[in-house]
Design a protein around this ligand. Sequence first.
Ligand code: NAD
Length: 334
Amino acid sequence: MSALRIAVFSSKPYDEDHLTEANKTRQYDLTFFEPQLTTQTAALTQGFDVVCCFVNDVIDTQVAETLKSNGVKFIAMRCAGFNNVDLEACAKNELPVARVPEYSPNAVAEHAAALILDLNRNIHRAFSRIRENDYSLSGLMGFDLFGKTVSVVGGGRIGQSLIRIMKGFGCRVLCYDPMPSEELKETGVELVALEQVWSDSDIISLHCPLLRSTYHIINSNSLSQMKKGVMLINTSRGGLIDTPAIITALKTGKVGYLGLDVYEEEAELFFEDYSDEVLLDDVFARLTTFKNVVITGHQAFFTHEALQAIAQVTFDNIQFFENGELEKACLVKT
Ligand code: NAD
């Protein structure tokens, strides 16, 4: 039997390195495409059995139909989130979708903690000052995390990891999760209603998936219920935040600190080098002007351990598909 042909989209050198390494024991026929999978690039999938996609690849009705007519039979996402995949369109086109539900929850939780510490102690501003030979301290004052109230919205794998980290700092940790698991309860976190998250927190970190029910969960209404000067952290999905509303809240000081690893319109920006070009996204440009906003470009997952795990689970999913054991793959259910 000939090796399965796999088209890897949105491929960067680090993806190629880790997937090629993990493929040494599998021998799949891998082709790496730098562009995202979109209606324009879907034609490239002719003759492939599997497409391997990432967070900003677009799998809508048109793409799903093209994949099917090109002979693709399986979609292996090499990420946890799947809000960019139209699952109904995939089901209609007999395209099962698998994902990597867990690779390194600690990597993302630790990145959220890094954003909290950076913002709280103004590390980003101190870094620039020292390079300018400026050793003054005014404007750099932080606050102790010990004793502060930190809320985690979404107590899944990443949320639980952050709960443990913030408890280590001596914080009071609250969590809102509509379906709290036994593991979440075992962390000893205080499970509370969303209203209490908004009203009681000094720091709020988002770790829920992007769903219809969580779209713009941070909006002018929820912001109005928060403490003045609250710190917000989003390493989950950009669509959880109404960005113009948060810009207004930053201007008034309602939001005192904002740490983002994701942005609603990130597909136009992140993972590429546009340093020689003009930034055309005015909303994003405004965000970058605030001294109390730190943005990273969807790198929370980006550790060596996580990339190794992603490659392994992606190939495990593909192997289950190949062996006709789809029930063992990490399938995304419609
Ligand atoms: P998970 O599935 O383990 O946990 C998600 C939790 O959210 C679950 O406990 C679920 O009950 C809860 N939830 C569902 N609806 C909710 C709601 N309306 N309000 C609050 N909580 C709700 O997922 P995870 O592995 O912890 O990942 C969380 C999110 O992090 C993913 O959805 C993904 O978007 C994001 N992520 C980002 C990166 C990155 O690099 N920035 C990497 C991996 C994952």
